[in-house]
Ligand binder design. Sequence first.
Ligand code: ZN
Length: 348
Amino acid sequence: MVFAHTHIAYDDVCGARDVLFKHPLTRLSFIAAKVAKKAAQLGYTTMVGAGSVACIDVYLKEAIEGGLFDGPNLVPCSRDIMAAGPIGSRNKEKVTHIPKDYMPVIVDGEEINQVVNREIDDGAKIIKTFATGDDQFPNARSSEELFSLAELKQIVAIAHGRSTLVRCHARGLSGIKNAIEAKVDIIDHCSYADQESLDLIQENNISIVPSFYQPLQYIANGSKYGKHPEESDFHIEVENTMNFLPKAEAMGINIAIGDDFGFAWTPHGTYHQELITFQEKLNIPAVTIIKWATSNGAKMIGEDQRIGQLRDGMQADMILLSADPSLDIHALANNIEKVFIAGKCITG
Ligand SMILES: [Zn+2]
């Protein structure tokens, strides 16, 4: 399986501050290694980064490929390339406490060139950026824009010029449309998508990684962790996602799985719950969910000739199950017997 939106170093975080400062980096590296190893054992043979703290994806990939421990194929993502706020309200003073090595927060658009190039120099295969805020962010809500259309276009031009993908956090509709117009490769969340934006997503061959499970968990359990889900509009995002996801699938849009795991209400290792939720709450057929979790994820990263299917000439990333997941997706939670990565059994 391909987990298409990974924050490998989120450790039961409760917000933006936790993401960066919950642990010293040295400790966080060990935690990320443990998460990666566990993900592979659960059958996630490829994990695609979606914004990494302090470039940890790149170092983790090197550690796995160097044989330090068994882990998934890791597609390393850049640090979050974040804007201090919407244009016109970016305050330098508010971001001085964030080390650029952890997460570059852009105040002045002039910095974009240097920041994006540095991520690629550091080894990122995907650039992560933000067309909108998020009702969980301190700097802008889901409906507000963060990077402008012109800035997104600049980010995409640099990344594509260096054969690097761009994935864009976009929840609100105007940000989704900016992301499409900027020609990003992947739209994360896509929460307020309407028919017009879905048509454009299909036309431009953009992959989407929706958010359905994480907002549901935040609404149900966020208050246990001191959060105030009632102040977010996540219930509207969930409702719209329920509405557009079956349409997007029917239109042939490339949908991949991997919601925001690593929050206190979506701990790492519980990834199968997202798949079960698609089956139980949206009545998505198990075979479709399996396609989202395998070949669609491979297609998203342009690796569909190497991984994502079982056929001649493909890398032997495989899961051996004692029940048929195409009949009931719960098999992926309960019946994994062995996991193979590139033909090597990593589960003993
Ligand atoms: Zn995310």
